[in-house]
Design a protein around this ligand. Structure first.
Ligand code: TRP
Length: 487
């Protein structure tokens, strides 16, 4: 039988998106997350401002877009999660799919804990709980030392995520995305307008975007650009593969990938104006000449939990404006992270469905419960988040995506995939696609991985344990008998 018909006839993916718009918004929801808000604009500033846009854009075109396209096409062609996709290419590659899935599961454990902090801060903003600027740091430290409160907001976060994924593709994930993503944009527009209209904002934007071309000679800048692209686009043989498996055959895929990529990167760039407008305002208030002299963190959790509360406390029109803009900021952050967390649970469930025939309700319930319980580790030990993220949320993405490109490029026919999508594509895939997947992306990924490992030196024992645990779990899962619908 023709392989397309044969895949179609097995009917494993019985769920579908209601619309292409729903699919694209869900993919954008996966992509836009904490990474866009607190990582992008800071990386840009640190790595040469406007000049950073160049390595970032190159990473987007050379690795980001081709891999989203590849993940969409593989998921749609093989109708399933990555263990199934890789198993169909070669039985022994199934383990690579599991590594991606277990890795994403681990990301979900600490990602949810950060969202739990964010949710607590939605409450803190509503009541301006930090009081004065002096109280900001104390409040964050007391939150980190309050496992009971974080445990409760973690439970709420997981409950809402569970409910969404439990309801399935169209009634759960699609609905949530159609609701959350437009709200996210509207609130972000409000925050950017507020940021840009503050006195001193232009000075902040200058720090954000003034190009420092000399930086482009530093390898670290390129590593940051490629690492950020993989993380921000959720390219990890997990969410995007399964999301595309719920599109019917003969769907448009390549242009959907371009739209996802540009919506995500455009959001990051746009949101940077809010962040840096606000930082410029702080600089003017405190009369300092450079952002470092502010003494507040410019990126990461510090930006969200220290700098933003500090800035909104000093807004004209406080305390009402503090409440309004503080709440808007943390609602944006939570919604962005929530649609990403959904996209972490779904592929984990889909993999167990494919391999063991687990039904959605049982699978999703067990996965979210287990994630909540294991995540408590990070509630009690927030210091573990960084070393675990270094492995699961950064290093592993690079080599797993490398294997993905090599497996698809050398052990399967990219021409077959192109012929499969091109009749329905708004932007057709030419042989350039094969060149990117077979040569350019793998070479770029190996280069940044080796450079990153040589220079970063962040390989702590905890990171090593995480790596070994993920590989062991994947080998065990891959070795178990395939009980789901066979091929
Ligand atoms: N893209 C998300 C962010 O920027 C994070 C994320 C969600 C992710 N799902 C993922 C990263 C899967 C890697 C793999 O915050």
């Amino acid at each position: 039988m023709n392989p397309t018909l044969w895949v179609w006839s097995m009917g494993a993916a019985s769920e579908y998106w209601r619309s292409r718009k729903g699919f694209i918004l869900a993919a954008i929801g996966s992509a836009i997350g904490l990474g866009n808000i607190w990582r992008f604009s800071w990386l840009t500033y640190r790595n040469g401002g406007g000049a950073f846009i160049i390595p970032y854009f190159i990473a987007l075109i050379v690795v980001g877009v081709p891999l989203i396209i590849l993940e969409f096409v593989l998921g749609n062609y093989f109708k399933g999660s990555s263990p199934k996709v890789f198993r169909k290419i070669r039985e022994q590659f199934e383990v690579v799919g599991w590594i991606a899935i277990i890795d994403v599961f681990v990301i979900g454990l600490y990602y949810a804990v950060v969202l739990a902090w964010v949710l607590a801060y939605v409450g803190f903003s509503l009541t301006v709980a930090w009081g004065t600027v002096e109280g900001v740091g104390d409040l964050f430290n007391s939150l980190l030392g309050n496992p009971l409160l974080v445990g409760v907001t973690l439970a709420i976060t997981w409950f809402i995520t569970w409910l969404t994924v439990y309801k399935g593709i169209a009634s759960g994930i699609e609905r949530a995305s159609l609701f959350a993503i437009p709200i996210l944009w509207i609130l972000s527009v409000a925050l950017v307008i507020r940021g840009l209209t503050l006195p001193g904002s232009v000075e902040g934007i200058n720090w954000y975007l003034t190009p420092n071309w000399a930086k482009l000679a530093e390898g670290k800048v390129w590593v940051d650009a490629f690492g950020q692209i993989l993380f921000t686009l959720s390219v990890m043989a997990a969410p995007l593969v399964v999301y595309a498996s719920y599109m019917p055959e003969k769907s448009e895929l390549p242009n959907s990938a371009w739209i996802t990529a540009f919506a995500n990167c455009g959001f990051s760039f746009f949101f940077g104006f809010a962040t840096w407008g606000i930082i410029g305002y702080l600089m003017q208030l405190q009369n300092v000449a450079s952002p470092e002299q502010l003494g507040v963190p410019l990126g990461g959790g510090g930006l969200a939990f220290v700098t933003i509360p500090t800035a909104v406390t000093l807004l004209p029109g406080a305390p009402v404006s503090t409440m309004v803009f503080g709440t808007i900021f943390f609602v944006i952050l939570w919604l962005a992270g929530y649609t990403s967390l959904i996209s972490i649970v779904e592929p984990v469930y889909a993999s167990f469905r494919d391999k063991f025939g687990v039904d959605r309700k049982t699978g999703v319930t067990v996965i979210t419960l287990l994630s909540f319980i294991l995540g408590l580790l990070f509630v009690f030990q927030p210091g573990l988040i960084d070393p675990v993220d270094f492995m699961a949320g950064s290093t592993n993405l690079i080599w797993v995506v490398f294997l993905e490109a090599v497996i698809a490029g050398y052990y399967f026919s990219l021409k077959k995939l192109r012929d499969y999508v091109n009749p329905y594509a708004e932007l057709r895939l030419g042989p350039w696609f094969d060149v990117l997947i077979r040569y350019v992306a793998p070479i770029a990924l190996v280069a940044i991985l080796s450079y990153g490992l040589v220079t970063a030196g962040q390989m702590s024992p905890i990171s090593a344990v995480v790596l070994i645990a993920i590989i062991l779990a994947s080998v065990v899962l891959a070795g178990m008998k395939w009980r789901g619908e066979e091929k």
